[in-house]
Write a protein that binds this ligand. Structure first.
Ligand code: NAD
Length: 298
């Protein structure tokens, strides 16, 4: 039997577009809007993009270490990974290179993989700073109060320092957590920009400040309310909330009613993905398109 071969000619113009393989390592990932934001943005730019949730609590992964998962991603040709709770600090020691902002914070949420090398970034910091500068470009930053010093609060405190805030008061019901964050920020920046403490007198501190950031879960449907008494707000304040479910939190509604300028939590959530897409692919993401995808999932 004679076999025939069919010759196919592929012109360079018909070459398939580069595809991207991405992932998110962490726990409780089912509600994350980050995977569809990246997949839709890649496809819209003509690059088939697959973004996998890699949840270490699933049966097939619970014996794996972060180092093993990172190594597998390198072996399998991943272009990048987002890293979330509980691995943002642990991953730092496993990378080949760290961006200076992420190094100062000691926390990485984005790992770009290029030519077998891993480079860590923190786009929670750059994403919050970008949202602040684009949405509230001209607000006073002499003095800011940040309520909440947990995971997101860490990134926001560093972003506020990057954004030029001169004095930052960090308050948390866990006063030691706020004090530790303030100390870390001062050490990392070589300044005395931050002080930390409990929530006693927080309304007086806010009354005397230019802006206030809520970095607690207060305002979520599961944690209704506000993290401070909003009667201390005046029209001159700017008010930022990290909570984005709902987008219009009780805090933002009450701040707008007073006449304050506001920044909702969606900007950080979208811009962290916009910045990560750039690191993963080397392509500039269309922020409005990623925002539209984010909103379509709400
Ligand atoms: P976390 O649990 O690590 O930290 C929350 C901190 O708030 C804790 O230190 C806690 O002690 C403190 N706190 C709670 N109630 C308080 C109160 N009444 N007054 C002062 N401090 C109080 O949580 P996290 O990971 O930092 O997330 C915080 C919130 O940020 C989440 O609930 C979520 O809604 C939001 N979030 C937003 C984005 C975004 O991109 N916009 C991303 C992730 C999470």
């Amino acid at each position: 039997m004679t076999s025939t071969t069919t010759s196919t000619t592929t012109s360079t113009t018909d070459a398939p577009a580069r595809s991207f393989l991405l992932g998110l390592i962490g726990t409780d990932l089912s509600l994350s809007r980050t995977p569809p934001m990246h997949e839709a943005e890649g496809l819209a730019q003509g690059h088939p993009t697959v973004y996998r949730r890699i949840d270490v609590l699933t049966d097939r992964l619970k014996e794996r270490t972060l180092e093993q998962l990172l190594s597998s991603a390198l072996d399998l040709g991943f272009d990048g990974l987002n890293i979330t709770h509980p691995f943002k600090r642990e991953v730092v020691a496993l990378l080949d290179e760290i961006d200076p902002v992420a190094a100062r914070l000691g926390s990485v949420n984005t790992v770009a993989i290029r030519d077998g090398r891993t480079v860590g970034y923190n786009t929670d910091v750059t994403g919050y700073a970008r949202g602040l500068s684009e949405q509230l470009p001209d607000v006073a930053k002499r003095s800011v109060v940040q309520v909440g010093a947990g995971g997101v609060g860490n990134a926001i405190a560093f972003a506020l320092a990057e954004a030029g805030v001169e004095q930052l008061q960090i308050r948390d019901v866990d006063a030691s957590r706020a004090a530790e964050l303030a100390e870390n920020l001062n050490t990392a920046t070589g300044t005395s920009i931050a002080t930390g403490g409990g929530t006693e007198g927080v309304e007086d501190a806010i009354a005397a400040a230019d802006g206030v950031v809520n970095a607690t879960p207060l305002g979520m449907l599961s944690h209704p309310g506000t993290s401070f008494d909003t009667s201390c707000l005046t029209p001159g304040h700017w008010v930022s909330d990290v909570v984005y479910m709902p987008v219009s939190t009780q805090l933002l509604q009450e701040a707008r009613a007073v006449g304050c300028r506001t920044l909702d939590g969606t900007h950080m959530a979208v811009y962290q993905a916009v910045d990560a897409f750039g690191h993963f692919t080397g392509l500039a993401a269309d922020a409005e398109r990623m925002r539209a995808t984010f909103q379509s999932l709400g």
